[in-house]
Design a protein around this ligand. Structure first.
Ligand code: 8X3
Length: 250
């Protein structure tokens, strides 16, 4: 496959599964993350299947975002698809008990980070008059739930940015799409609950949660539609989930 795909948050969860899935289909991949060791490992393993380059930066650091993208080797500069996947939840508290550092982290990563990366990549897509941006949102951006406050706000922002991007980039022939997963079994809850693994595991117990590979397959489906088709908004729950708070647990 002669498409170059740029993935943020590629070292774990949905991002890693997507990198693995797309590597199998021979996409050229630019894998981004904060952890250099994990990036190196991915380059070694997936590099056996396809062309890979890695960029180590924190999406919160705008200078690092722009200089990393500017440093891309010539043969990886022509980005066809940007998957804005990096994102996390930090803490889960009532608004009056919220940790301000957690709020900053979620808004900086999930919202501002997505904007910085997109801003750095867009000029070339505009120049080429083609491209595809896939924003990984969340069902938390569709429905607020108790103690979800700022995380839900950050994902609602992704939803709004996704719509705004689609309008503004329409004249440049750039497709913009959002995928909103519900409960996906990854390290998401470990991060959210700051290493309280028992609490984290409970989130996925008693039913079959979505797996990161499920979302990877969906992303692949979305980006392989013929160019006249844009799946602009895709919401996916595990079958046992009916809303943020209704989950049929055994
Ligand atoms: C992840 C889904 O319901 O934990 O974004 O917020 S949820």
């Amino acid at each position: 496959m002669d498409l170059t795909v740029f993935i943020t948050g590629a070292t774990s969860g949905i991002g890693k599964a997507t990198a693995e899935f797309l590597a199998k289909h021979n996409y050229r991949l630019i894998l981004c993350g904060r952890n250099q060791d994990r990036l190196k490992e991915l380059k070694q393993t997936l590099g056996k299947q396809t062309a890979i380059t890695t960029l180590q930066f924190d999406v919160r650091d705008k200078e690092a975002v722009f200089s990393a993208i500017e440093s891309l080797p010539e043969n990886f500069r022509d980005i066809d698809v940007l998957i804005n996947n990096a994102g996390n939840a930090h803490g889960m508290s009532s608004i009056q008990d919220g940790d301000i550092n957690d709020w900053d982290a979620m808004l900086d990563i999930n919202v501002k980070g997505l904007l910085y990366v997109s801003r750095a990549i867009l000029p070339k897509m505009i120049e080429k008059n083609t491209g595809f941006i896939v924003n990984i949102g969340s069902t938390a951006g569709k429905e607020v739930y108790p103690k979800g406050n700022v995380y839900c706000a950050s994902k609602s922002a992704v939803e709004a940015i996704n719509k705004g991007m689609r309008m503004d980039l329409n004249q440049y022939n750039i497709r913009v799409s959002a995928i909103h997963p519900g409960l996906v079994e990854t390290a998401f809850s470990d991060v959210r609950f700051k290493g309280d693994t028992e609490r984290a595991r409970k989130v996925y117990q008693g039913y079959k949660a979505l797996q990161p590979e499920d979302i990877a397959e969906i992303i692949h489906f979305v980006i392989t539609r013929p160019y006249h088709i844009n799946i602009e908004d895709l919401v996916v729950f595990p079958s046992a989930q009916a809303s943020a708070t209704i989950i049929n647990k055994k």
